[in-house]
Design a protein around this ligand. Structure first.
Ligand code: PRT
Ligand code: ZN
Length: 300
C-alpha cells in the first residue's frame, strides 16, 4: 500500500513508444525502483517516488484527479483530454510543467492521393476520420469549417479505403504509414512531444521538497542532453571570436598557459551540440588542442 501523503506518484506509459524514454529520464534523475509482481507499480527504492504503469490515454485523467502527482504523456493525448475536460466544465485540469524532447510527432491531415480534396480550404462538407475528435473539432471551429468528424480508435489510415471518410487526421512521425496507404500528408494541426504534467491540487508539504528536487533534476537532465564541455588552447586576442562561435556558451574560464604569455587555455560549457564545422571555425581563428566532452550531470 502506497502512502499517498508522503510518497510521490508518477504515471507513465506501461508499454509503448514512450515507456523506455520515460524510464530512462527518471533513471537519469537518480531513481532506482523495483517493479511489483503485478507490473503496474514500480516502487522507488532510493526516493519517496512510485511509478504507476498505465495506458497513455489514462495519464491526464490520473493527474487531473490527483491520483498521481506527476505524469508523462504526449501533447496529443494531453490536449485531446484537456479539450474533453473543458466540455465538462473543467478548465485547468493539470499543469503542463515542461516539454521533454522525445515522442515527437505531428497531428496532420492525410488526403487520399486519388481524392478530390487536397487541402484544408476544400474540407467544407467532407467526412474526416480521426482518433483526436476534440482537437480536430476545435481546429475546424477556429477555421470556420463545417465537416463531419468520425472517431476511429485505431487504424485511421484505412478509413478512406473502407469508404468511411474522405480525409483523415492522424499522428505522423516518419510518414511511412500514410504513404503505404496512398495517403498524402497535408497540413499539421498540432506539433507534439512528451510533456511532464503536474496535479492542479497543491502538493502536500511532506512531498513538496522531493517534487521540487525531481523537477530540478529533470531540468538538469534536459540541459545536459545537448551540452558539451569544451577545452582548447588559443591566442588571448582570439577570445572574442571564439566566444562568438560557440552556441549557447556561458562565460568561459580562461587559464594561463605555462610558458606562453600570449596564449591561454579556455574551458567552456555549451548548451547546444557542437558540430565539426564549429571546430573547424575555431581552428581558423587560432584555437588548437580542442577537446569536446559530454556533460554527465549539471545543476544550475
Ligand atoms: O497502450 P497505449 O494506449 O498506452 O499505447 P498507444 O498505442 O496509444 O500509444 P503508442 O505507444 O503507439 O504511442 C504513444 C505516444 O507516442 C503517442 O500518443 C504520441 O504522443 C507518440 N508518438 C510518436 C506516436 C508516433 N510517434 C506515431 N508514429 N504515436 C503514434 N504513432 C503512429 C501513427 O499514428 C502511425 O499510425 O504510428 C504509426 C506510424 O507512424 P509513421 O508516420 O512513422 O508511419
Ligand atoms: Zn493510447
Amino acid at each position: 500500500m502506497i502512502d499517498k501523503r508522503t510518497r510521490i506518484k508518477i504515471a507513465i506509459q506501461k508499454s509503448g513508444r514512450l515507456t523506455d524514454h520515460s524510464l530512462d529520464l527518471l533513471e537519469r534523475c537518480g531513481l532506482k525502483y523495483t517493479r511489483g509482481r503485478d507490473q503496474l507499480i514500480g516502487y522507488g527504492e532510493n526516493m519517496p517516488v512510485d511509478l504507476l504503469f498505465v495506458r497513455d490515454d489514462d495519464i491526464p485523467g490520473l493527474v487531473r484527479d490527483d491520483v498521481c502527482d506527476l505524469g508523462i504523456a504526449g501533447l496529443n493525448v494531453i490536449e485531446e483530454k484537456r479539450l474533453e475536460f473543458v466540455t465538462e466544465g473543467i478548465s485547468d485540469p493539470y499543469i503542463e510543467v515542461c516539454r521533454l524532447d522525445y515522442g515527437h510527432c505531428r497531428l496532420a491531415f492525410g488526403y487520399p492521393e486519388t481524392g478530390s480534396i487536397q487541402a484544408i480550404r476544400s474540407l467544407e462538407g467532407s467526412t474526416i476520420a480521426t482518433s483526436y475528435p476534440f482537437i480536430l473539432r476545435d481546429f475546424l471551429k477556429q477555421q470556420n469549417i463545417a465537416a463531419d468528424v468520425i472517431e476511429f480508435s485505431g487504424a485511421v489510415e484505412i478509413a478512406p479505403s473502407l469508404g468511411r471518410a474522405d480525409v483523415i487526421c492522424d499522428l505522423v512521425s516518419t510518414g511511412t504509414t500514410m504513404a503505404a496507404n496512398k495517403i498524402r500528408e497535408g497540413e499539421t494541426i498540432l506539433e507534439s512531444e512528451c510533456i511532464l504534467l503536474k496535479t492542479p491540487v497543491a502538493i502536500s508539504p511532506e512531498k513538496t521538497e522531493w517534487v521540487d528536487r525531481l523537477l530540478q533534476r529533470i531540468e538538469g537532465v534536459m540541459q545536459v542532453r545537448e551540452s558539451k564541455y569544451i577545452m582548447m588552447h588559443a591566442p588571448k586576442v582570439a577570445l572574442p571570436d571564439i566566444t562568438a562561435l560557440l552556441p549557447g556558451a556561458e562565460s568561459p574560464t580562461v587559464l594561463p598557459l605555462e610558458g606562453f604569455a600570449d596564449k591561454v587555455a579556455i574551458h567552456v560549457v555549451c548548451r547546444e551540440n557542437i558540430f565539426w564545422e564549429t571546430l573547424e571555425a575555431l581552428k581558423d581563428v587560432g584555437a588548437s588542442s580542442i577537446l569536446v566532452l559530454p556533460v554527465e550531470k549539471m545543476l544550475a
